[in-house]
Write a protein that binds this ligand. Structure first.
Ligand code: PSU
Ligand code: MN
Length: 309
């Protein structure tokens, strides 16, 4: 821990003692959901992690300090402050040097979790290869970060605002293992299927923890992250054919407005919520809860195998 990287005392103690910890991102709070649903979600997800036996560590940069573990006041600030910058890994030095607030994407959260010694991370959906990437070159830094740091990211798969097939190809090229929890299909966030098969399937937290131990243990000593895709519960699913027109319409609106760069994903998320009259937000909340539960269970199992957080 240094002046610019602060672990919450509870998180620091858990990491030191090898007890289970689950990292949580903050872009989903500031740029992924509307207020006040976002702050309620952030608090609830922390409670779910605790209820399943792990310590939550929500990650963000506040006044230029990278915080691993936040207070309820910090969560409220992220949800309401007008100047919270969406931050991927490359933005971290700028935030630290200039003393600004930053909400960390999957990529930046992974980097800071790794620096803090945390191995398991829960989120909603990961970034990936955007549709039209052949000409836009828009590929999320979440993918390159997965190739760079040994953190397991539990998500509900890849949203079909992205090119799911190309995202899976990219993770293969980068050497990032992709595992689906309890299904033979790779999930697409709102839906349990995507039309793509699971690259590998494992069933439940104990099997996944053994897999992490195999990946990062002394025999293989992989240095990459791992993508754990955890399908949305059946009861909360929006079938792919129902959401696909909404996503097409949101993508058309994106084109019309000429939005590009890091504003693309937040725009599409908000536009889909608007077009579904909030139904997509209900599904989003359900899958985040489910991911927090499974990530905590994995962290508990992994701590018992690895003797480490
Ligand atoms: N997908 C979601 N909700 C989110 C994000 C993605 O369903 O909140 C956020 C995550 O923080 C993810 C980021 O890391 O968007 C990806 O942004 P970009 O595509 O600009 O890399
Ligand atoms: Mn992008």
């Amino acid at each position: 821990m240094t002046a610019r990287l602060q672990l919450h005392p509870e998180v620091a103690a858990a990491v030191r003692d090898g007890r289970p910890v689950v990292a949580l991102e903050s872009t989903i709070i500031s740029h992924g959901m509307p207020y006040p649903t976002n702050v309620a979600m952030a608090n609830e997800v922390e409670s779910i992690v605790r209820a399943n036996g792990a310590v939550p560590a929500t990650i963000a940069v506040l006044d230029g300090i990278a915080h691993i573990g936040l207070s309820p006041e910090h969560l409220e600030l992220l949800a309401t402050h007008p100047e919270v910058h969406k931050a991927t890994t490359r933005d971290l030095p700028w935030l630290l040097a200039t003393g600004k607030h930053g909400a960390t994407t999957v990529a930046a959260t992974m980097r800071l979790a790794a620096r803090a010694g945390i191995s398991v991370f829960a989120t909603g959906g990961i970034g990936g290869v955007h549709r039209g990437a052949a000409t836009s070159f828009d590929i999320s830094a979440d993918l390159t970060e997965m190739a760079a740091v040994p953190v397991a990211v539990v998500s509900a798969g890849v949203k079909s605002i992205l090119d799911i097939g190309l995202t899976l190809e990219r993770m293969e090229t980068l050497g990032v293992p992709v595992v689906v929890n309890g299904s033979d299909d790779f999930p697409s966030f709102y839906s349990r299927t995507s039309g793509f098969a699971a690259p590998r399937r494992l069933d439940g937290a104990a099997e996944i923890a053994r897999f992490l131990h195999a990946a990062w243990g002394p025999e293989l000593a992989l240095t990459t992250g791992v993508s754990i895709a955890n399908p949305i519960p059946v009861a909360d699913e929006i079938p792919a054919d129902e959401i696909s027109q909404v996503i097409e319409d949101a993508l058309a609106e994106l084109d019309r407005q000429g939005i590009s760069g890091q504003d693309v994903t937040p725009f599409l998320l908000a536009n889909v919520v608007e077009r579904t009259g909030g139904r997509s937000l209900t599904a989003n909340l359900a899958l985040v809860r489910n991911n927090a539960t499974v990530a905590a269970q994995i962290a508990v199992e992994y701590a018992s195998l690895a003797g480490g957080a």
